[in-house]
Ligand binder design. Structure first.
Ligand SMILES: Nc1ncnc2c1ncn2[C@@H]1O[C@H](COP(=O)(O)OP(=O)(O)OP(=O)(O)O)[C@@H](O)[C@H]1O
Length: 317
């Protein structure tokens, strides 16, 4: 099997798969089923040469990184475990009307009732990934599976097979989006038209009770204005609003941002409890505080490229 350098392949590989690598040499092996290329990494966090092997599986290429003469790099693989509860396969996202990919062939998986952490530089695409997983943006390519089901990313949120029906998302600084003047109205938001039906009303009451207990809000008067809650309790309420929808997967964007040390510790405790019930994906820069909770971690690189990281990492020590 011989290997020759092909400039066409190298261009293809460099542009389609690794926009933030500067390609130095590309090698074609046998046929298109698998190939490897040697690239020079130029990002600030890791500089050096690296060989990337692409293996084709079910129509998608899976990247396998093996360092050659890298500085600060370890072997990394991006793989999807077929038995995991949440499976994200080859998701690419290009906003409508834009040529730029915000997510580039993102694949990962996470077992049920475990916590996955996504970290990386500002503007790399972490929030975009959460929006796609929550069904708020439709991927250009790829698929998301929850449990045994292929969730249809193109379905409207009200459809039971949609991603939005299975996933809850708590945005960064969620308290900025409170819309009502009482805790109970905030928890019922979006349900009001259905509450004429006595059975649905009873179901909603039970769900609210359960969500309130799950986040430790049971001591608070439900008629209180949510804006008068402490910052930590506002975060609890934002979580409860999503829990009322009974999602299987919860996504949290920077859940500790802007909180004091006490509220941060409370939210970490709350997430520890929540992990026993839900599958969680958290985007955060607070690696040390969240470290004890993390089961899997991925770094998002500029250009929307996600790579799995060994955990706990050197950064948490
Ligand atoms: N609808 C859009 N159209 C074009 N570009 C967009 C769109 N939404 C986001 N972007 C760009 O996509 C990139 C990724 O944004 P994103 O918010 O996902 O990054 P992030 O990693 O979450 O950053 P941060 O840590 O600062 O929140 C940014 O450069 C952003 O400006």
């Amino acid at each position: 099997m011989v290997l020759h350098v092909t400039s066409k392949l190298s261009e293809l590989a460099a542009t389609s798969f690794c926009p933030n690598f500067r390609q130095t040499k590309a090698i074609r092996i046998a046929n298109d089923e698998a190939f490897s290329i040697t690239l020079k990494r130029t990002s600030i966090s890791s500089v050096g040469k690296q060989r990337i092997r692409y293996e084709k599986s079910r129509g998608n290429y899976n990247r396998k990184y093996s360092p050659l003469s890298c500085v600060g790099l370890t072997e990394r693989t991006v793989s999807v475990h077929e038995k995991d509860f949440l499976q994200v396969k080859g998701v690419t996202y290009r906003p409508p009307g834009s040529e730029a990919k915000l997510l580039d062939n993102v694949s990962f998986s996470l077992p049920e009732k475990s916590l996955g952490l996504v970290y990386g530089p500002s503007g790399s695409g972490k929030t975009t990934l959460l929006q796609v997983l929550a069904g708020l943006a439709t991927p250009t390519n790829g698929a998301v599976y929850i449990g045994e089901e292929h969730t249809d990313c193109t379905k409207k949120p009200s459809h039971p097979g949609s991603l939005s029906a299975r996933v809850g998302i708590v945005f960064q600084f969620p308290e900025r989006y409170f819309l009502t003047d009482t805790i109970v109205e905030e928890l019922m938001f979006g349900w009001s038209r259905q509450t004429q039906d006595p059975i649905l009303r009873q179901t909603l009451t039970l769900r609210i009770q359960s969500a309130v207990y799950a986040v430790g809000l049971q001591g608070m008067p439900l008629e209180m204005n949510p804006r008068n809650l402490s910052d930590g309790y506002k975060r609890r309420l934002a979580l409860a609003v999503q829990l009322v929808r009974m999602p299987d997967v919860m996504l949290l964007d920077e859940p500790l941002a802007g909180l004091d040390w006490k509220a941060r510790a409370d939210v970490v405790k709350l997430l520890t409890a929540l992990k026993k019930e839900k599958t969680l994906i958290i985007v955060s820069h607070d690696l040390k505080e969240l470290s004890p909770l993390v089961d899997r971690a991925w770094e998002m690189e500029m250009g929307g490229i996600l790579t799995k990281q060994p955990w706990p990492s050197a950064m948490t020590k």
